[in-house]
Design a protein around this ligand. Structure first.
Ligand code: UDP
Ligand code: G50
Length: 454
């Protein structure tokens, strides 16, 4: 993009903890750089997982003109989810960031802020005369829930019933992120504070596109969900970064087209050992070859990695060899896998980035949400035709075990259903249109960048 005067806008991006937040903010950073902006990335230390530190190192070396601003946060010495603790530590550090922003040259004119940091950072940054945009890393469906939640709580006083979002519809209680059922939980308090802070933002960028969530985006932007809500700018699907060789690539190359089921539950979801075993039984019984990424630890830095044999048993490991499938313990470059023509289905926890990657590459999804916002995202998968969702399957640490037989039946359905197999590639075509010249997401991005100059 050409700018009217000499200086391009200088945009800083502020991601939150976890790959699900880091990935889209860095993808957005790369896109802004490619469109002529000067870009700075704020990087917090120490990081929670090795995936995050490895990702940042690779990202910064791939884009040497992106300037990084390092910020040391004081880790909280408390028990609990390490990602939430890191989030809390970051939320407490706007006063450390401000002097760094003020000392950059050329000065930072705009900041793109992860939604989970809105309420503590937005007032401080805005008071310094920097225009602030929110980046919402989940679905527009989840954004509508977030936007309407303070009104819902005020009207009802409790958050334990179904929720009717104006212009969107009724969200069953079971789909509301479990922590939000407790109005006194810190997560809920922050969720409400962040939602209210969005009102002060210059706009909200989101990794989705018009054809994937048309009604919700319209309701948000017509002021039906919350009147006077800032403009929501869909910019997805985001640009995929370093699509390089992975350990599974040679194996995938040897598989027939659309024959493989890819199975992954994201960067931070560890299932119970019993459920992992049952999933193994199901995948085997489906009769399809599978590429299964297993996580046995929430944080990959933790010591005492369990051996896969210990979890799955020697017999199962042996049968994988016979069946010709592949199991990876740890990390794969997911974009490479979903892009590969051998992959014909994706059993996914529905972290929003994974859903968008499936949409981009036209891989039908069998949604098996596990935590947080994932049921809201699974709803998008089902409504849009990107895939299917068995709503009664267990989630959120429920004791209920989903049996292998049931899993096998659904995997077969996913791989053999003509509807699923044709509708997902259709969605990929719409995704590509959205980011092509003249497409809805491309227009949104262009308008956003033009405003950065004003
Ligand atoms: N990811 C990956 N390899 C893995 C697991 C995850 O490349 O083994 C990437 C995935 O492609 C996505 C991000 O990490 O871009 C995870 O974000 P998502 O929102 O899907 O789920 P989360 O991990 O936050 O639950
Ligand atoms: C992770 C999680 C639970 C959860 C969510 C997660 C979301 C996303 C939206 O991403 O709902 C969101 C989260 C926090 C916030 C504002 C918006 O303060 O484990 O519900």
């Amino acid at each position: 993009m050409a700018f009217s005067d000499d200086e391009p806008p200088h945009v800083a991006l502020l991601p939150s903890a976890g790959m699900g937040h880091l990935t889209p903010l860095c993808q957005q950073a790369a896109t802004l750089l490619g469109n002529g902006c000067k870009v700075s990335l704020i990087v917090f230390h120490p990081m929670v997982s090795s995936s995050e530190s490895h990702f940042i190192t690779t990202f910064l070396s791939s884009f040497p003109s992106i300037h990084s601003i390092h910020l040391n946060v004081t880790p909280l010495n408390a028990p609990g989810d390490p990602f939430f603790l890191q989030l809390e530590a970051i939320r407490r550090s706007p006063h450390l960031l401000l002097p760094l922003l003020n000392s950059t040259s050329p000065p930072i004119t705009s900041l793109i802020l992860d939604m989970t940091l809105a309420s503590t950072f937005l007032p401080v940054i805005s008071s310094a005369g920097i225009s602030t945009y929110i980046f919402f890393t989940s679905s527009a469906a989840m954004l509508s829930l977030c936007a309407y939640f303070p009104t819902h709580i005020n009207a009802r006083k409790i958050s334990t019933c179904d929720m009717e979002i104006p212009g969107v519809g009724v969200i069953p209680k079971a789909s509301i992120p479990p922590l939000l059922h407790n109005p006194d939980h810190l997560f809920t308090t922050q969720f409400i504070e962040n939602s209210l802070a969005f009102q002060q933002a210059s706009g909200i960028l989101i990794n989705t596109f018009d054809d994937l969530e048309p009604e919700v985006l319209m309701a948000l932007n017509n002021g039906v969900v919350v009147s006077g809500f800032p403009r929501v700018i869909p910019v997805g699907p985001l640009k995929q970064l370093f699509l390089k060789e992975t350990s599974a690539l040679a194996w995938l190359d040897a598989q027939p087209e659309r024959s493989v089921v890819y199975v992954s539950f994201g960067s931070r979801t560890a299932m119970s050992v019993e459920q992992i075993r049952e999933l193994g039984v199901g995948l085997e019984r489906s009769g399809f070859r599978f590429l299964w990424v297993i996580k046995t630890k929430k944080v990959d830095k933790e010591e005492e990695q369990v051996e896969l044999e210990e979890v799955l048993g020697e017999e199962f490991m042996e049968s994988i060899k016979v069946n010709g499938s592949m199991v990876v313990h740890g990390w794969v470059e997911q974009g490479v896998i979903l892009k590969h023509e051998a992959v014909g289905g994706f059993v996914s926890h529905c972290g929003w980035n994974s859903v968008m990657e499936a949409a981009l590459y036209g891989v039908p999804v069998l949604a098996w949400p596990q935590h947080g916002d994932q049921k809201m995202n699974a709803g998008v998968v089902k409504r849009s035709g990107l895939g299917m969702w068995v709503e009664e399957w267990s989630w959120g640490g429920e004791e209920k075990l989903v049996k292998g037989e049931d899993i096998a039946k659904r995997v077969k359905e996913l791989m053999e259903s003509t509807a699923a197999q044709s509708s997902a590639p259709g969605m990929a075509a719409k995704a590509m249109n959205a980011i092509a010249e003249g497409g809805s997401s491309r227009k949104g991005l262009t308008e956003f960048i033009a405003k950065l100059k004003v």
